[in-house]
Design a protein around this ligand. Structure first.
Ligand code: DX5
Ligand code: ZN
Length: 223
């Protein structure tokens, strides 16, 4: 099933509650980008922001941790109201203890990989996570251009998921809009993050529905 998660990073931070209300009836979940200025060369929001917007929204919070020591801070994000926690494989020496910790806290867990990390890097963990996030830009900034070569990586991961009879999500994040979402869903992605395309539009909900239509018109087809 295709799911659309708008990324709040592209919203106007001076009025987050209002920005969330622009998308809350068309978005499936809300994607929240956490950047620490170390793992990525940018800063965004911390658990205090998430805790405050948690009071204003019943949406499921999909928290994307772009931080260099996710284990150190994960409990703060869980306490703040995260429902899904995704951390970068490149940020940990062994993802297994963190996967177990997040699951033991009753939350869903995802592993993210940056553009230079190969598909095979996530294969050992497919049986124990809910989602793989394939970055379609280098993490750290909104408004970049989607890297089309990532479609091969998505297809390889989807192939492996299907081969094992698993039903986990492949999320894609970065540079995605109405015009290119179909390339990613055809390759096997089913969770679409969109920041600028949604929040920079006047009719944010309309864009979400258009992205959904474009994605649903381009179903997975094995290469
Ligand atoms: C980038 C973030 C993305 C970003 C997407 O590091 O993970 O979620 O906000 O924004 P757009 O859709 O503008 O590329
Ligand atoms: Zn993100």
């Amino acid at each position: 099933m295709i799911l659309i998660y708008p990324s709040l990073f592209a919203a106007d931070f001076s009025k987050l509650a209002e920005e969330i209300s622009r998308i809350e009836f068309s978005a499936d979940y809300l994607h929240l980008d956490v950047m620490d200025g170390v793992f990525v060369p940018n800063l965004s929001m911390g658990p205090n922001v998430i805790k405050d917007i948690r009071k204003r929204s019943d949406l499921i919070f999909d928290v994307h941790l772009m931080i260099s020591d996710p284990f150190k801070y994960v409990d703060e994000f869980i306490a703040a109201g995260a429902d899904i926690i995704t951390f970068h494989l490149e940020a940990v020496s062994d993802p297994v203890p963190l996967i177990s910790h997040i699951k033991a806290s009753g939350k869903h867990v995802g592993i993210a990989i940056s553009p230079d990390t190969p598909a095979e890097a996530v294969f050992p963990y497919l049986d124990s996570v809910d989602m793989i996030l394939v970055m379609t830009v280098y993490p750290g900034f909104g408004g970049q251009k989607m890297i089309p070569e990532m479609t091969t990586k998505i297809a390889d991961i989807r192939h492996e998921i299907n081969k094992r009879g698993l039903e986990i999500d492949i999320e894609v994040d970065g540079g995605i809009g109405i015009g290119n979402v179909g390339l990613l869903t055809t390759a096997g992605a089913n969770v679409i993050v969109a920041g600028s395309a949604v929040f920079k539009a006047e009719d944010a909900s309309g864009v979400i529905e258009d992205i959904r239509d474009a994605a649903e018109s381009a179903p997975y087809s094995e290469f």
